[in-house]
Design a binder for this molecule. Structure first.
Ligand SMILES: Cc1ncc(COP(=O)(O)O)c(C=O)c1O
Length: 395
C-alpha cells in the first residue's frame, strides 16, 4: 500500500456520524449537532435547472474544468462580489471546493514542502497535504484571540521550506472571521517570502455582527500571481450533495489542476453544473434568509452555552460552528465511565444523552468539542439541554 495513505487516519466525524446512525436505527432519539451542511433545502429554481438539463439531454461529459458558461458566470461573480478579476480560463469547476483544494495542494507541493495550516483547522487540509507528500505545519490561532490567524504567528512558523499557506476565513471549525488588517499583513509577508496562498472562502456569505468578508487576494493585489481563491455552492445555496466548487488563480496553476483533475475525476456532474449556473443568477433572498436564521441560532447557542457550568465558548462571527471548551471537565466520570479527552467526551455524551458532537481532536484541539448550528432551533434547544444535563451529571 502507498505509505502516504497509511499516514492518513479515518475521519472521526464519519465515525461519530456512523455511531449516531446506528443508535437511530435502534429507535433512539438522537440529536445530531455534528452536521457540516445547512439544513435548508436547495432552492427550487436550482433543482428545476438540473431537471431541465437532464430532460434537454445535458447528460454527457463537459470540459474537465467545467462548462465555459459556468466558468464565465463564476468569473463575473468573483469580479462583482469579491473584487477579483479573472478570465474564465483561469477559473475551474470541480467536485466541490474539496476537490479544488486537493487539486491545488497536489499541483503546488513538492515532496517534503511545508504547508502552513492555521490551527484549529478543517480536518481534511492536513491530510491533503500529507497525500501530496508535503508536511502540514500548524500555525496556532489561540482561543484568547478569538482563534484569529495573525501575521506574527505566520512569521514564526515560516521556514525556507514553506511553500504554501491555506487561509480559511470565515473558519471551520472556529467561526473566526479574520481581520482585514491582519490578512493584509499576512498577504504582504507571503509576497515577500514567495509563499503561495490558497484562500478557502467557502463560508464567505456566512458572516454576522456586521462583519464583512474580504478576500486576502483583494486586500493584497500583488499576491494574485501566487494565490488562488477557492469557494463553491455547497454552503451559500445549500447544495452540498450537488458537488460543485470552483478555484481561480494563475492560469498555469489552474491549467495544471485541470490536467490533474482530467486524470482523477474529469468534470463534476453536468446537471449539477447547470444547477450551479441557475444558483448564480438567483437574487440574494434565499441566502440572506438562511443567514438571518443561522444568526438567530448562533446567538441562542452562545447565550445558552454561557448558562452551562464548566464549559465556555468564544463567540463565533462566521460560518455555522461553535467550538465549546470542555477540558475543565476532563478527569470526571459518569456511570463508571471517565471523560479524559474530547473523543471520550463525545463518545460518552452520545451514549448517555444521545447527543452527537464532533471531538475537537479532529480539528487539532483536544480541549474542545464542535457543534454546528446549521440545524433546527428545536434540535439546538434539545441538544444543549442534553449537554447541560450531561455536564451536571459528571462527577
Ligand atoms: C473549510 C471547508 N472547506 C471546504 C469544504 C468543502 O466543501 P465542498 O467540497 O462541499 O464544496 C468544507 C466543507 O465542509 C469546509 O468546511
Amino acid at each position: 500500500m502507498n505509505p502516504r495513505i497509511k499516514a492518513v487516519p479515518p475521519s472521526l466525524t464519519l465515525a461519530i456520524t456512523a455511531k449516531a446512525a446506528a443508535l437511530r436505527e435502534k429507535g433512539e432519539d438522537v440529536i445530531s449537532l455534528s452536521a457540516g451542511e445547512p439544513d435548508f433545502d436547495t432552492p427550487q429554481p436550482v433543482k428545476d435547472a438540473a431537471i431541465k438539463a437532464i430532460r434537454d439531454g445535458h447528460t454527457k461529459y463537459t470540459a474537465t474544468a467545467g462548462m465555459a458558461s459556468l466558468r464565465r458566470a463564476i468569473a463575473e461573480k468573483l469580479h462583482a462580489e469579491n473584487g477579483l478579476q479573472y478570465d474564465h480560463t483561469s477559473v475551474m469547476v470541480s467536485v466541490g471546493a474539496k476537490q479544488c483544494l486537493f487539486n491545488l495542494i497536489f499541483v503546488l507541493c513538492e515532496e517534503g514542502d511545508d504547508v502552513l495550516i492555521p490551527s484549529p483547522y478543517w480536518l481534511s487540509t492536513p491530510e491533503m497535504a500529507k497525500l501530496a507528500g508535503a508536511n502540514p505545519v500548524f500555525v496556532p490561532c489561540p482561543e484568547e484571540k478569538g482563534f484569529a490567524l495573525t501575521a506574527e504567528a505566520v512569521k514564526k512558523a515560516w521556514t525556507p521550506k514553506t511553500r504554501l499557506i491555506i487561509v480559511n476565513s470565515p473558519n471551520n471549525p472556529t467561526g473566526a472571521v479574520y481581520d482585514d488588517k491582519e490578512l493584509t499583513a499576512i498577504g504582504k509577508f507571503c509576497v515577500e517570502k514567495k509563499i503561495f496562498v490558497i484562500s478557502d472562502e467557502i463560508y464567505e456569505r456566512m458572516v454576522y455582527d456586521g462583519r464583512k468578508h474580504h478576500s486576502i487576494l483583494a486586500l493584497v493585489p500583488e499576491l494574485r500571481s501566487q494565490a488562488a481563491v477557492v469557494s463553491g455552492f455547497s454552503k451559500t445555496w445549500s447544495m452540498t450533495g450537488w458537488r460543485v466548487g470552483y478555484a481561480a488563480g494563475p492560469k498555469e496553476i489552474i491549467d495544471a489542476a485541470d490536467r490533474f483533475q482530467g486524470h482523477a475525476t474529469a468534470n463534476t456532474a453536468t446537471p449539477s453544473q447547470h444547477a450551479a449556473l441557475a444558483a448564480l443568477i438567483l437574487d440574494d433572498s434565499f441566502t440572506d434568509g438562511m443567514i438571518r436564521e443561522f444568526d438567530k441560532r448562533r446567538r441562542f447557542c452562545v447565550d445558552r452555552i454561557k448558562k452551562i457550568p464548566g464549559v465556555s465558548a468564544a463567540e463565533p462571527h462566521g460560518a455555522f460552528y461553535i467550538l465549546i471548551r470542555v477540558d475543565g471537565l476532563y478527569g470526571k466520570s459518569i456511570g463508571g465511565k471517565k471523560v479524559s479527552d474530547s473523543l471520550t467526551f463525545c463518545e460518552i455524551l452520545l451514549e448517555k444523552e444521545k447527543l452527537a458532537a464532533v471531538p475537537g481532536v479532529a480539528f487539532g484541539t483536544d480541549k474542545h468539542i464542535r457543534i454546528s448550528y446549521a440545524t433546527s432551533m428545536g434540535a439546538l434547544e434539545k441538544g444543549l439541554n442534553r449537554l447541560e444535563k450531561f455536564v451536571r451529571a459528571l462527577q
